[in-house]
Design a protein around this ligand. Structure first.
Ligand code: ZN
Length: 188
């Protein structure tokens, strides 16, 4: 605490500052000289007033065009199956346990011989929703920002690093390369 910044996420009872420092705003209270948060939310500081913007609890329904983050759970024929974990545009929980699929024709611009040259089970990927049927969604990863965000070496299970080639990741311990459709946002 005491390193409070605009937008920080807080829980009920978290100390936001001392009473000499701030005036208590919405969703805060004073307790023994401290200003504390009354709710789950994000800090909003306006001059000397400190307030909380409560976190919405309304679950999020995905829509076409949303960018999601998920994990590859299986590769079945022409489709990579994705457990969708979040929308990158929102911190809200997803309303449904969405399952995604990436068809081999939706992975990248140009020809992809086999899906395992783009994704492997366990990879964390980013992609855009192109179709929704209930809790099943189709995903496209052609955009340079879309694709694999984090991947483990299939031999030693350590995280791999990007290379100059956005179709290749590198495992330092094994000194070996693996093919992927790598996102420009790859987490290295
Ligand atoms: Zn390795």
């Amino acid at each position: 605490m005491m390193n409070i910044e605009q937008g920080d996420f807080v829980m009920p009872g978290d100390v936001l500052g001392v009473s000499e420092q701030y005036l208590p705003g919405d969703w805060t209270y004073e307790d023994g000289g401290y200003i504390k948060s009354a709710v789950i939310g994000n800090i909003s500081i306006n001059k000397r007033e400190i307030a909380i913007i409560p976190k919405t609890t309304t679950p999020l329904l995905l829509k076409v065009g949303d960018t999601i983050v998920g994990q590859i759970t299986d590769i079945k024929g022409q489709r990579a199956m994705v457990d969708i974990q979040a929308s990158i545009d929102s911190t809200r929980e997803l309303a449904l346990p969405y399952s995604g699929a990436i068809h081999i024709s939706q992975v990248k611009n140009g020809y992809l011989e086999k899906l395992t040259d783009a994704f492997r089970i366990g990879d964390i990927i980013e992609g855009k929703i192109i179709k929704i049927m209930g809790d099943n969604v189709d995903i496209n990863t052609e955009d340079p920002e879309n694709g694999v965000l984090k991947a483990m070496c299939s031999r030693c299970r350590k995280f791999m690093v990007p290379t100059e080639d956005n179709n290749v990741l590198y495992c330092e311990p094994c000194n070996r390369k693996e093919k992927r459709k790598v996102s420009s946002n790859y987490d290295d």
